[in-house]
Design a protein. Sequence first.
Length: 323
Amino acid sequence: MAETRRTRSRIPQRRIGRTDLEAGVLSLGSWHTYDRMDFPDAVAMLREAVDSGINLFDVGVYGLPGGPRSFTDIIFSAMVRGAGLRRDEYLLSAKLWLEGYPERSFRTQLEDALVRAGTDYADLVILGDIRRDGIDLHQVVHDLAKLVDAGLIRAWGVNNWSASNIQELIDHAAEAGVPGPAVAQLKYSVSRRAIPDGEPFARIFEQGVSLESSDILEGGVLLGKESRQVGRDPGGVRERIAASAAELATISEQLGVSPAQFCVAFTLTHPSNATTLFGATSINQLRDNIGAVDLVEQVGADRVRELAKPLWADQGVVDPEGP
C-alpha cells in the first residue's frame, strides 16, 4: 500500500466568492458519515480537522418527506459540543431544497436545519439541484436576500446548477442590488470534469463565483468500492469511472500516495476552487486527505493534471453547459 505523506499542521484558506468568508481549501461533509462512526472518534476527528485549518462543515438536512431520514446533522451538533468548539471556530454550510418550494419556504427549512444543527445562523446555504421546471429564480434571489437581511445566513450558493441558471441568478441579484451566488458546489473529480472545466463555467467563475468541488471520489467508485448514494450520473459514465479504479491506483502508487489523496489533490488544481468537500469516517482518512495539499506543492499542479488525463471519463460525453 502507498505510504501516506506526512501532513502539514495547517492548510491554506481561500475566500468564498466575493464574501468575507474565509474557508480552508478542504472542508468536511456530513453525507451519512458521522452516523457510521463511534461518537468519540467523530469528536476527535472534528477537533483535529479544526486544528488543521478545516473550518467549513457541510451539514445538510437530508431526506425528503416520506423517505428515510438522516440524523447526521444532529450528530454534528453533539460533536461540536463534545469537541468544545466555539461558534466562531467553524463555518456552517446548510442545505436548502427546491422540492416543495415556495410553499415550504426557505426560512422554514432553514429554521428547522438550525435547530437540528444547534446554532442560530448558517454562514452559507447551498440550494439543492433543480429537479423540476417552473422555479421562479427571481423569487429565489429575493427570498435568500431576506435571509441575509435577517442575519440567518451570510452567503449562499447552489449545487449542480447549470451555468445558464446561475447566470440568471447573478443577473437578478445585480438588478435588485442584493447578494448573488457566492459558490457553485459541483461534481468535480479526476473522472468527472467536463462541466467545471468548460467555458460556460469559466465565465461564471470570472464573475466572482467560487467552485466547491464535491463528489470527488464518486461515492467510493473511484476507489474500487461499491457506490454509495451519490446522486445523478450526467452522461451515464459511472460504469466507465468504476473501470478506471485500477489505473488510478497505479498512478497513485507511482507517486507514493493513496488514490484518495491523489483525487483530492486534483481538485485543488482548479484555479477557481475555494474548497474541496469530502467525507471522512476516520482520523486516518482525514490526515491522508490533508496530505493532498502538500502533494500539489511538491509535484506541481500541472503535473497532477497531466497524470489525471487518462482518467477523464466525461470528456466529449457531457455538455459543459448542462446540469
